[in-house]
Design a protein around this ligand. Structure first.
Ligand code: PRX
Length: 664
């Protein structure tokens, strides 16, 4: 079983200790010519971004993005009315901004470097190549009747063609909904149906970590229950001998026949750009909608400042395009800035744990962006192997997705960055579109474990349990944002009421992130994790409700409660408490079956670490499950369970402790 139990020992800073952490003032390689130099410069620009917000965003929207028609208004609407809009009246096309406009000056420069699953299987695409490939697939999509405003589901491995499809949708005004290729057919089906997609783009198979992933097979199972889908377009990644039905179309001949130029559709700043599904604390996943102008401006400006992007850099974000990180920081932000962006199809451990170092050395990578979970899995190996690689091209090292523990931060800084690189611990969410709290290289003195200070235009606030804003420093609370920013999601597909309740209901007038935070004596923000029932497993967001409903579908599960538990590499593991039905017999086979049930219903990344059968759950007399008690039990913090006398049946606690001890 996983090593979740021992992780309780992982060094965790107590709140007051955070105030004692000294800043690390590194940044030797960044300092000269940084895009913004020094904390004073940051503070001056940050202050003006709030004080003269319209002026700040007008200037930067024009600097980072080319508009076919300039906007009439910078920002309109309010959180309270749920009608926030940016750059109203402005016309633009995202694909034009990410591809075509760079061609006169850098048409022959590399836009995308693709490193395949096998070491050294590299393909490069210049901006001209990208324009041609994107145009071809755009024309194919059009030939299948895809028009402005239509939703297109994309279920693909990390092929360069995944970026081409995203850009092609943007080019013709279609709205892509990329579904991470690790999701199950049921998850894919629900997302396709929610967005009423009429076309699905996929590949025959994926390759990752030396393994083959049967993507088309998964699509077949999903699409069988998707009445809106008219066509499935299939890239040939492995050329496997798979089944093609009448709805399925091999893309190879269609692309060969397609015209390599497709005009860009002129879009309104507030027209939809993409949907991306993410988990919430309750109910089914939400399809967050991002729009055209504000999102692009925000992705580009954050990419530029947070990564200290400079022409000539080779920038690498090793995330998957199936998540927001891939959207904003593999595709849209870097390409809008005319950068060379690397797409990585493999894993940090394939063929061995030196893959990242080899990648950095061979491509002379300048900015490297990954997740704390990958860092933790690599720091277990001896550093000797890493020392053989030349990592001196690096200037900025980024992390995203979950809090980075100081130990992992130190290792990243000392051994990967050789104490010469800036670490950017970027805090943000699918909903925020781009970084909202992050250090800026060459500018922000760093503190290991802190995401530091808000990005320009982002006004953070900490709220207390009564809904009031907490002022001053050295305080903890719930992290909110006080005013609109261009990259924020505009709605949940088909359910604006849910959007309003989820994000603006808890603290009227504020955007609620769902995360807790500590603001230290210097005003630095330390994210402490979710305050709702959302789990963060290896930087992947999962709702406990989703996992619970997967379990309850099993005939022998009467009730379940799912919580996150500490895990050494994954940050959080998944712990499921299940109450079996009266006719069930508890056995290791049955528990294994339940684990498989979650895996097949959601996807392999949601595989539970623990499944604990129990005769009952700790409930209050009104029937509410006390998750706090469950969390403490699996974290082996039973000496601080708190008051359990209000439970309907307090005796269940002892049984749970015993069962959890057996499982660990
Ligand atoms: O809990 C926070 C955590 O990830 C959540 C957002 O997940 P998702 O929408 O999937 O986007 C992940 C990539 C942006 C947040 O609510 N999170 C993200 N970045 C950090 C973080 N927690 C701590 N530190 C971070 N740098």
């Amino acid at each position: 079983m996983a090593d979740a139990g021992s992780s309780a020992k992982r060094a965790k800073l107590a709140v007051d200790e955070r105030d004692e952490v000294a800043t690390v003032d590194v940044i030797a390689r960044v300092k000269s010519g940084a895009n913004i130099s020094g904390l004073d410069a940051y503070r001056a620009l940050y202050d003006s971004s709030l004080k003269d917000s319209d002026e700040f965003w007008r200037e930067h929207a024009t600097r980072f993005v080319s508009w076919a028609r300039t906007f009439d208004e910078v920002c309109g609407g309010t959180f309270a009315d749920g009608d926030v809009r940016w750059f109203a009246g402005g016309k633009l096309n995202v694909c034009y901004n990410c591809v075509d406009r760079h061609i006169p000056t850098k048409g022959d420069e590399v836009a995308i470097v693709h490193e395949g699953d096998e070491v050294g299987s590299v393909t490069t695409y210049t901006y001209k190549d990208v324009q041609r490939e994107v145009s071809r697939i755009a024309n194919v999509l059009k030939s299948f009747g895809v028009r402005k405003g239509d939703n297109v589901a994309v279920y693909m491995p990390m092929m360069a063609e995944l970026a081409f499809v995203m850009l092609a949708c943007a080019r013709i005004g279609a709205v892509h909904s990329v579904v991470f290729a690790g999701f199950s057919s049921e998850s894919l089906r629900d997302r396709i149906n929610d967005a009423r997609c009429k076309v699905v783009v996929t590949a025959d198979e994926g390759r990752r970590g030396g393994r083959t992933i049967p993507l088309k097979h998964t699509v077949d199972m999903a699409v069988a229950m998707c009445p809106t889908v008219e066509a499935v377009l299939v890239y040939e990644r492995t050329h496997a001998d798979i089944k093609y039905s009448s709805k399925d179309h091999k893309l190879t001949p269609l692309l060969e026949a397609a015209r390599p130029f497709c005009p860009c559709e002129e879009m309104d700043a507030e027209d939809p750009l993409f949907l991306l599904y993410t988990s919430g604390s309750t109910g089914k996943p939400k399809g967050l909608l991002h729009t055209t102008g504000g999102y692009l401006v925000y992705a580009a400006i954050t990419h530029y400042f947070t990564f200290d992007y400079r022409p000539g850099d080779v920038y690498a974000c090793v995330a998957d395009c199936g998540w927001i990180t891939g959207h904003s920081y593999i595709v849209y932000g870097p390409l809008c800035n005319g950068a060379t962006t690397l797409m990585f199809e493999s894993t940090p451990l394939y063929p061995d744990h030196t893959r990242y170092w080899d990648l950095i050395q061979r491509h002379r990578i300048t900015q490297f962006y990954t997740a704390p979970t990958a860092i933790r899995s690599l720091m277990r190996f001896s550093n000797d192997a890493m020392a053989k690689f030349d990592l001196t091209s690096l200037r900025v090292l980024g992390t995203v997705g979950e809090p980075i523990n100081p130990e992992a931060w130190r290792w990243y800084y000392d051994f990967v960055g050789k104490r010469s690189c800036s670490i950017v611990d970027t805090y943000w969410q699918t909903e925020t579109g781009g970084h909202v709290v992050s250090p800026l290289p060459g500018c922000t003195p760093l503190k290991p474990g802190s995401a530091t200070l808000p990005f320009f235009g982002v006004e953070t606030a900490l709220m207390d349990g009564d809904g009031a804003e907490i002022t001053g420093n050295s305080v903890s609370g719930v992290l909110c944002i006080k005013r609109p920013w261009p990259g924020m999601a505009r709605t949940i597909n088909g359910d604006h009421a849910r959007f309003m309740v989820t994000y603006f209901g808890a603290y009227p007038g504020y955007y609620f992130t769902g995360d807790g935070a500590f603001r230290d004596k210097d005003g630095y923000i330390w994210i402490t994790g979710r305050v709702d029932d959302v789990l963060n497993v290896s930087g992947h967001r999962l709702g406990s409700a989703e996992i619970e409903s997967a379990l309850i579908e099993h005939e022998f599960v009467a009730e379940s409660a799912v919580i996150g538990c500490p895990h050494d590499t994954k940050g959080q593991g998944i712990c499921c408490y299940v109450v079996l039905t009266a006719d069930a017999v508890e056995s290791s086979d049955l528990l294994a079956e339940l684990r498989l049930q979650v895996r097949t219903t959601i996807g392999p990344f949601a595989t539970p670490d623990y499944i604990i059968a129990t005769p009952g759950l700790p409930k209050t007399r009104s029937g509410k499950i006390m998750r706090r008690v469950l969390r403490k039990i699996i974290a082996q913090e039973t000496d601080s369970l708190g008051d359990v006398s209000t439970l309907a049946d307090p005796s269940v606690v002892d049984i749970l402790i015993e069962k959890a001890n057996e499982a660990i």
